[in-house]
Design a protein around this ligand. Structure first.
Ligand SMILES: Nc1ncnc2c1ncn2[C@@H]1O[C@H](COP(=O)(O)OP(=O)(O)OP(=O)(O)O)[C@@H](O)[C@H]1O
Ligand SMILES: [Mg+2]
Length: 258
């Protein structure tokens, strides 16, 4: 069965969308089949990959008007797009019975088709994010290696614990991704040290370096491997993907041998 990973941090601009796109594309480079879910009304993931406006987006799906209709970006990489309409969903679904389980039900029919489903969460901890956590096995937390990186993390941990307790026993923090890292900056090195102290081995060994190609690729509507395969960004995300595969396979082997 596919691994479902939510990229979550309610702080804005820490690299959730950049990581969702390039982890997705990196896993495809390594031969895996991936479905990306754009769960953010800003639709940055959809726009960054140059996907034209779709008739069926995640909004129509969470409203119960359609099943998932994936858009194929390239072989192995499918996307469920988003649009600004999604910003109304939290209010519209508030009185719905089983409102935290909407995504889980939507994913059920496609689970077998993909090795990884990766959800790009909005920068908030509302109902959409709760839905993402209710259907995920893992949360990955991207942290920008800057001042105040850890601010607000207690809140994320509380939400994860609550979801695990009430809605989804399988949920765990599967990894912490240090983003926009510049080893020349003392502050960045210090912050990474603090992140490691706080999260220990959850922190991936690969740090995503601050790399201009990662910021340029969306303007060309491309992932980093299509835009600049030799960039630091491509190398870092590929190395991160190798770690992700290793971690998830270790867990699967553990489950199989139980
Ligand atoms: N490693 C990196 N090096 C350089 N620029 C980066 C890197 N990662 C992300 N960026 C840039 O930083 C900005 C914020 O990144 P991104 O959109 O991925 O963050 P986000 O957490 O998804 O933001 P939001 O909370 O608004 O959804 C973008 O302009 C992106 O291109
Ligand atoms: Mg984003």
């Amino acid at each position: 069965m596919g691994n479902i990973i939510s990229l979550l941090n309610h702080k804005g601009g820490v690299g959730k969308t950049t990581s969702a796109i390039n982890i997705g594309a990196g896993l495809v480079e390594l031969g895996r089949k991936v479905l990306l879910i754009d769960l953010d009304p800003q639709a940055n993931l959809t726009l960054s990959l140059g996907i034209p406006r779709q008739k069926i987006t995640i909004y129509e799906c969470v409203r119960g008007e359609s099943e998932l209709v994936p858009y194929t970006v390239k072989q192995g990489l499918d996307v469920i797009t988003s649009s600004l309409d999604l910003s109304g969903a939290e209010m519209e679904l508030i009185n719905e019975a089983g409102r935290e389980y909407i995504l889980r039900e939507l994913f059920e029919p496609v689970l077998e088709e993909y090795d990884f489903i990766i959800i790009d969460c909005p920068p908030s901890l509302g109902l959409l994010t709760l839905n993402a956590l209710t259907c995920s096995n893992y949360v990955y937390i991207p942290l920008q290696t800057e001042f105040l990186a850890l601010q607000g993390l207690t809140k994320i941990k509380q939400v994860i614990d609550k979801v695990r307790f009430r809605l989804n026993k399988k949920l765990s923090i599967g990894g912490v991704i240090a983003t926009m890292y510049d080893s020349r900056k003392v502050l960045n090195r210090d912050v990474v040290g603090t992140i490691r102290k706080y999260f220990g081995s959850k922190v991936f060994d690969t740090y995503i370096r601050d790399n201009v190609a990662l910021a340029e690729a969306p303007a060309q509507r491309q992932d980093i491997f299509a835009y600049s395969a030799n960039s630091h960004g491509a190398k870092d995300y590929l190395s991160l993907c190798r770690e992700i595969i290793e971690r998830t396979e270790k867990v699967e082997e553990g489950v199989a041998s139980r």
